[in-house]
Design a binder for this molecule. Structure first.
Ligand code: PMP
Ligand code: GLU
Length: 395
C-alpha cells in the first residue's frame, strides 16, 4: 500500500498466476532448480503456418496503426470460425479484436459495470475476473461449487446468488482452473434461470474451447433466448500456443461491441498488426491442425492424475478440458510438514515451492481455498519429476 497511489490499485490484488511465475523465475535465476507448474501457458511453439503468416506480414510491410476493433479480414475470419466451430452467427460490427482475451474481458467490465454492480463468479473462477470487475467498480459475488459436483455451478446456487444488483455472470468452459466442461444441457439449465433475470449479461469465456477431451463444446450464445445478452470471448493464446502474441476477441451484441471499440480506442488502440495477420492464418485453418497439442495435453492429464493418485490426502476431479488439475488438499490443513505448519492452501503452495521446488498456485486466488492449481502445460519429464518431489515432501 502506498498512499501516493490510487485506492483503485492499492485495493487490487496482484495476479497470483503471474506473481507465482515471476517468483519461480526469480528463484531459478538464483540457481534453484524450480519446476514451474504455475502458469497456464502451452510449452509448445507456435505452429509453422502461423509463424509463416507473421513473417510474410513483416515482409509485406504491415506496420501502421490497425483499426481499433481489428482488421476487417481478421474479423471476417473470426465470423467464419464462430460459424464453423460454434454455429454462432455474428456480423462485422459484433466483433472486436483486442490485445489478448484479458483485454477483451477488461473492456467488457469497463463498459458494462457501474459502481456497486455485482459480478457473479462461479468459484473456482479465473484469477483475474474478480479484480478486473473490482477495478471497474463492481463487486465480485463468488458462488461456491464443490469437487463432488465437478466444480460446476448448479442452477439453484446461481439463482440464490442473484440480486437486483447482479450485472454480469462470467465463467470459463473449459474452466481455468478446474478443467470442468459444461455440457449443452448444463448450460441450458443455467439459461433457464437467467431468462428470468433479463438484465444480467453473460460473459462466456471460451478460450480453452479446443483443449477439450469430451469431444463437445457448447456455447451459451447458441440458445436463441440468450444470444442477445451473451458475449462470447475467445482468443489464440491457448490453442495456438500464442500467449505472447496477445490476440483475443469477442462476438457480442452490437451495442456492447461498439462500446468496447470506443473504450479500446481511448486506452490501447487496435491490437498488434503482425499478430493480427498471423491470427488470420491460425483461424482459417481447421482445428485438426492443432490436434497434436490437444493429444499431448490429454496424455499429460492422465500422467498427472495417475501420479497424484499415489499421494495420500489429495482429492481430484477428472478435468475434461484446459490444462489444469485443481486438487483439494485440505487434508493437510492443521498438519506440520518438514517444520512448516500448514493452515491454508497458500501455505501448502509455499511448502511445495520451498521444499519440493515446484511452483503451483493457491486456490485462494481462484475463490476455492481448499485447493491448489497445477498446470500440466509442461513436459512429461517435468510433470513426472514434480509429482515425485511433491510425493517425497508430503510423505
Ligand atoms: N481467460 C482465461 C480463462 C484464461 O485462462 C486466460 C489466460 N491468461 C485468459 C482469459 C486471458 O488470455 P489472453 O489474454 O492470453 O488471451
Ligand atoms: N491465464 C493463464 C493462467 O491462468 C496465464 C496467466 C494470466 O494471464 O493470469 O495461468
Amino acid at each position: 500500500m502506498n498512499p501516493k497511489l490510487s485506492d483503485r490499485v492499492n485495493n487490487m490484488a496482484t495476479s497470483a498466476t503471474l506473481a507465482m511465475a515471476a517468483k519461480a523465475r526469480e528463484l531459478r535465476a538464483e540457481g534453484r532448480d524450480i519446476i514451474g507448474l504455475s502458469l497456464g501457458e502451452p510449452d509448445f511453439t507456435v505452429p509453422e503456418f502461423v509463424k509463416d503468416a507473421a513473417i510474410q506480414a513483416v515482409k509485406d510491410d504491415y506496420h501502421a496503426y490497425t483499426p481499433v476493433d481489428g482488421y476487417v479480414d481478421l474479423k471476417q475470419a473470426i465470423i467464419t470460425k464462430f460459424k464453423r466451430d460454434n454455429q454462432l452467427e455474428y456480423t462485422l460490427p459484433q466483433i472486436v479484436v483486442s490485445t489478448g482475451a484479458k483485454q477483451s474481458i477488461a473492456n467488457l467490465a469497463q463498459v458494462l459495470i457501474n459502481e456497486g454492480d455485482e459480478v457473479l463468479l462461479p468459484a473456482p473462477y479465473w484469477v483475474s475476473y474478480s479484480d478486473i470487475g473490482k477495478v471497474a467498480g463492481g463487486k465480485g459475488v463468488p458462488i461456491a461449487t464443490g469437487i463432488e459436483n465437478d466444480f460446476k455451478v448448479t442452477p439453484e446456487a446461481l439463482e440464490a446468488a442473484i440480486t437486483p444488483k447482479s450485472k454480469i455472470l462470467i465463467y470459463s468452459s473449459p474452466c481455468n482452473p478446474s478443467g470442468s466442461v459444461y455440457s449443452k444441457a448444463e448450460l441450458r439449465a443455467l439459461a433457464d434461470v437467467l431468462v428470468k433475470y433479463p438484465d444480467i449479461i453473460v460473459v462466456s469465456d471460451e478460450i480453452y474451447e479446443h483443449i477439450n477431451f469430451t469431444g463437445e463444446h457448447a456455447s451459451m450464445a447458441q440458445f436463441p433466448d440468450m444470444y442477445d445478452r451473451t458475449v462470447t470471448v475467445n482468443g489464440v493464446s491457448k490453442a495456438y500456443a500464442m500467449t505472447g502474441w496477445r490476440i483475443g476477441y469477442i462476438g457480442a451484441p452490437e451495442y456492447i461491441a461498439r462500446a468496447c471499440n470506443k473504450m479500446q480506442g481511448q486506452v490501447t488502440s487496435g491490437a498488434n498488426c503482425i499478430a493480427q495477420r498471423a491470427t488470420i492464418a491460425a483461424l482459417e485453418n481447421p482445428p485438426s491442425k492443432i490436434q497434436y497439442m490437444v493429444d499431448a495435453f490429454r496424455n499429460r492429464r492422465k500422467l498427472v492424475l495417475d501420479l497424484l493418485s499415489e499421494i495420500p490426502g489429495i482429492k481430484t476431479n477428472e478435468p475434461e478440458g484446459a490444462f489444469y488439475v485443481f486438487p483439494d488438499i485440505s487434508f493437510y490443513f492443521g498438519k506440520t510438514i518438514q517444520g512448516v505448519h500448514i493452515e491454508n492452501a497458500s501455505d501448502f503452495a509455499l511448502l511445495l515451492l520451498d521444499k519440493a521446488n515446484v511452483a503451483t498456485v493457491t486456490g485462494e486466488a481462484f475463490g476455492s481455498p481448499n485447493c491448489i492449481r497445477i498446470s500440466y502445460a509442461a513436459s512429461e519429464e517435468d510433470i513426472t519429476e514434480a509429482m515425485k518431489r511433491i510425493k517425497t515432501v508430503l510423505s
